[in-house]
Design a protein around this ligand. Structure first.
Ligand code: A3P
Length: 303
C-alpha cells in the first residue's frame, strides 16, 4: 500500500498463498494508487482486489430475489446506490426527515461485494433486508456463477467514458495526488441486456441525468417495485439528487469505514464536464476507442 489514503480493500497486506501463486502467473504493470496492478480475467486490479474477487467468486451465493448493481467506477455508483436503496425500501422508509440517506452515505448502505470479500472471506450478507441489494464493479464474465445462474436482477450503469476518465482522475488525485489513471471500458452488460432484458437492465448516467423520473420508474419496474399511479417518484428523485446528497453533512465531512473521505464521491455530477479538462486529441482517442468497441452494437454516448 502507498502512503496515500488508498482504501483498505485495495491494500496489499495479508494475501493468502493461493492469491500469491495466482498473482505470480498474471501479467502485471506499475500500478496507479498501489505499487503494482495485475491483469485478472481481462481487467486490471490491485493485489488486494484480486483476492477479494477470488473469495467473492468462490463464496457468494446469490438469491433469486437479490438485486445487483454493476457499474464501472465513477459511472454513477453512488447515485444508483442511493436510488435503488430508496426505491426498494420506500415502504419501510418513506421520504421524510428520518430517511437513512439523510444520515448515512450511500456506500455503507449497499455492500460492495468484492471489497467486502477482500476484508473478510466469510462476510455474511444474510442480515440484509430482502430483497438484498449489493454492488459490484466486476465485468460480466467475472461475476460469481450464482449471480448468472439465479434469477437475481442486475442493474448496470455506465457513463460517457470521457466523463468517467475525468471523474476517475480527480478521484485518484484526491486519494494519491502524485499519480494519474487510464480507464477501461466494458461492453458485455450491453449485449446481455439485449439478450436477456428481464435479467440485466442497462442504464446510462446521461439518460438518468436527462430524464431522471422516467429512468427511475424504468428501474423500479425492472426490479419489481414499480410505481402505482398515485405514487410520487419526484420525492425519491429529489432525495437522491446530487444537489441534495452533496449538501448533507454526512457526505461533506469525515471518512467512510473503508477509509475514503465521504466527499470524494461528490464532485460536480454533470454530463459533458470533460470539455473543461480533456484536450481535443485525448477526447478523440477515447471516442475512437469507445466507437471501435461498440461498433454495430447500437450503443451511443452522446453528450
Ligand atoms: P464527477 O466526478 O463527474 O462529478 P461513482 O459514484 O461511480 O464513484 O461516480 C462518481 C461520480 O458521480 C462523480 O462524478 C460524482 O460527482 C457523481 N455523483 C455522485 N452522486 C451523484 C448524484 N446523486 N447524482 C449525480 N451524480 C452523482
Amino acid at each position: 500500500m502507498t502512503s496515500s489514503s488508498v482504501p483498505i480493500y485495495l491494500g496489499d497486506e495479508d494475501l493468502t498463498q493461493e492469491t500469491r501463486d495466482l498473482l505470480s502467473s498474471l501479467p502485471s504493470e506499475k500500478g496507479w494508487l498501489v505499487s503494482q496492478i495485475y491483469q485478472f480475467e481481462g481487467s486490471w486490479h490491485t493485489q488486494g482486489l484480486v483476492q477479494g474477487i477470488l473469495n467473492c467468486q468462490k463464496n457468494f451465493k446469490a438469491k433469486d430475489s437479490d438485486i445487483i448493481l454493476a457499474t464501472t467506477p465513477k459511472s454513477g455508483t453512488t447515485w444508483l446506490k442511493a436510488l435503488l436503496f430508496a426505491l426498494i425500501h420506500r415502504d419501510k422508509f418513506p421520504v421524510s426527515s428520518k430517511h437513512p440517506l439523510l444520515a448515512t452515505n450511500p456506500h455503507p448502505l449497499v455492500p460492495y461485494l468484492e471489497a467486502d470479500y477482500r476484508v473478510s472471506p466469510d462476510v455474511d450478507f444474510s442480515e440484509l433486508p430482502s430483497p438484498r441489494l449489493m454492488q459490484t464493479h466486476l465485468q460480466h464474465h467475472s461475476l460469481p456463477a450464482s449471480i448468472k445462474s439465479s434469477s437475481c436482477k442486475i442493474v448496470y450503469c455506465c457513463r460517457d467514458p470521457k466523463d468517467v476518465f475525468v471523474s476517475l482522475w480527480h478521484f485518484g488525485r484526491k486519494l494519491s495526488p502524485e499519480e494519474t489513471a487510464e480507464y477501461p471500458i466494458e461492453k458485455v452488460y450491453w449485449y446481455e441486456s439485449r439478450k436477456n432484458p428481464n435479467k440485466v437492465l442497462f442504464v446510462t448516467y446521461e439518460e438518468l441525468k436527462k430524464q431522471t423520473e422516467v429512468e427511475v420508474k424504468r428501474i423500479a419496474d425492472f426490479i419489481g417495485c414499480g410505481f402505482t399511479a398515485e405514487e410520487e417518484v419526484s420525492e425519491i428523485v429529489k432525495l437522491c439528487s446530487f444537489e441534495s446528497l452533496s449538501k448533507l453533512e454526512v457526505n461533506r465531512q469525515g471518512k467512510l469505514p473503508n477509509g475514503i473521505e465521504s466527499n470524494s464521491y461528490f464532485r460536480k455530477g454533470e454530463i459533458g464536464g470533460w470539455r473543461d479538462t480533456l484536450s481535443e486529441s485525448l477526447a478523440e482517442v477515447i471516442d475512437r476507442t469507445t466507437e471501435e468497441k461498440f461498433r454495430g452494437s447500437g450503443l451511443k454516448f452522446s453528450c
